[in-house]
Ligand binder design. Structure first.
Ligand code: PLP
Length: 396
């Protein structure tokens, strides 16, 4: 009997048909297949710092392994790290956070998964950014919620239109998702807009999921968290973590900050899902927060240098126009001038030019007309990619 005949028809739960994905990982697989076939690809698709984790953090993790931090820990996270996060995140935002309000997770991503699972019932409405991190829409649909998009639009310099969000609030709105600095546009919601939003949301029976994973990567001015405004801290779940700030994507270490009763429920979800976050990575996390921060500052300054290279380079390519991102490490050029649809152009650049980028539509339907380039790559590679794109566009 062959393996194929022994397989039953795969009958999945109905909710699986509504689960989306993050296509950065799919493009990475395609790019790696091209490399395996002998092609050279410049990777501007995946959103992770190309820097190594700072040596003092690596050493703290290695020492933790040697010292026996190799066992299960509490589902909500190690008390040492919860305390360090409460202190650091509170100080940076000018708010008071108790360790009981912190849940440590394997990366920041599970915070969106757990928060949406914990708060959103079937037919509840969730207002979320489009274009935006694809997992928001995926998870809203997965739990049977209604996904209500709002834009980060180029004409507003990739800020939000607060009026648009407010107009979409209804009695069924359960959650509003914010993300600043914003993936994929690099937009940063200015303080005045955050304040206006806070005024509109503070009296309502809803939660805000504030994805602040890029909060240490702001190039102009300071990061504003909606938790800084009256009435908002207890209505907000902050998502943050170590992946982008400390170049620790593969360590899988992040956290959510939320009122303590909700934190307990999220920890219970974690008990059901993963039991806990790896213990030795949490010890490394304490070292990251309590140690020298120059690794963060140096990385941001290097990204600032690269931002100039990629924005100027993209603006010099016929059919492309690119605003300067104010945060994160993504350029989001408009490409309608090329006459090509986003997905087709992204595929062409990968296959013809060996440059891996993402279609704006990887971040939702409202990303059509754009591409996303991560500038977490060396200036030399960025320049090479820009040359290749320019040549490729000439030959189309
Ligand atoms: N939120 C946003 C907006 C992101 O871009 C990412 C990663 O790309 C995450 C959350 C998840 O980060 P982590 O790798 O810590 O799970």
């Amino acid at each position: 009997m062959t393996a194929a005949t022994s397989l039953q028809e795969l009958r999945l739960a109905e909710c699986m048909s509504r689960l989306g994905t993050e296509s950065a990982f799919e493009v990475l697989v395609r790019a790696r297949a091209l490399e395996a076939a002998g092609r050279e690809v410049i990777h501007l698709e995946i959103g992770e710092p190309d820097f190594p984790t700072a040596p003092h953090i690596v050493e703290a993790g290695a020492e933790a392994l040697r010292n026996g931090w190799t066992h299960y820990g509490p589902s909500a996270g190690l008390p040492e790290l919860r305390a360090a996060v409460a202190e650091d995140a509170g100080r940076r935002r000018g708010i008071s956070i108790d360790p009981s309000e912190v849940v440590i997770t394997p990366g920041g991503k599970p915070v969106m998964f757990f928060a949406i699972l914990a708060l959103v019932d079937r037919d509840d409405e969730v207002i979320y950014p489009n274009p935006g991190f694809p997992i928001y829409e995926s998870m809203i649909n997965f739990v049977g919620g209604r996904a209500v998009p709002y834009g980060f639009r180029e004409q507003y310099d990739f800020d939000v239109d607060v009026g648009e969000i407010v107009d979409k609030l209804t009695d069924r709105t359960r959650l509003v998702i914010l993300n600043s600095p914003h993936n994929p546009t690099g937009g940063v919601i200015p303080r005045a807009s955050v304040a206006e939003l806070a005024r509109a949301l503070a009296e309502r029976d809803l939660f805000v999921l504030s994805d602040e994973i890029y909060s240490r990567l702001v190039y102009e001015g300071a990061h504003t968290s909606i938790t800084q405004f009256p009435g908002m801290k207890d209505r907000t779940i902050i998502l943050d973590g170590f992946s982008k700030t400390y170049a620790m994507t593969g360590w899988r270490l992040g956290y959510g900050i939320m009122r303590a009763d909700l934190a307990q429920k999220v920890a219970q979800l974690q008990t059901n899902a993963t039991s806990c976050t790896a213990s030795f990575t949490q010890i490394a996390g304490v070292a990251a927060l309590r140690g020298d921060q120059s690794c963060v500052d140096n990385m941001r300054e290097e990204f600032r240098r690269r931002r100039k290279v990629i924005v100027e380079g993209l603006n010099a390519i016929p059919g492309f126009h690119c605003r300067q991102p104010h945060g994160a490490f993504y350029a989001f050029p408009g490409i309608t001038g090329t006459g090509r649809a986003s997905k087709l152009l992204a595929d062409t650049l990968l296959n013809e030019a060996g440059v891996a980028a993402l279609s704006g539509t990887a971040f939702g339907a409202w990303g059509e007309g754009y591409l996303r380039f991560s500038f977490a790559n060396s200036v030399e590679n960025l320049q090479k990619a820009l040359d290749r794109i320019r040549d490729c566009m000439k030959n189309l």
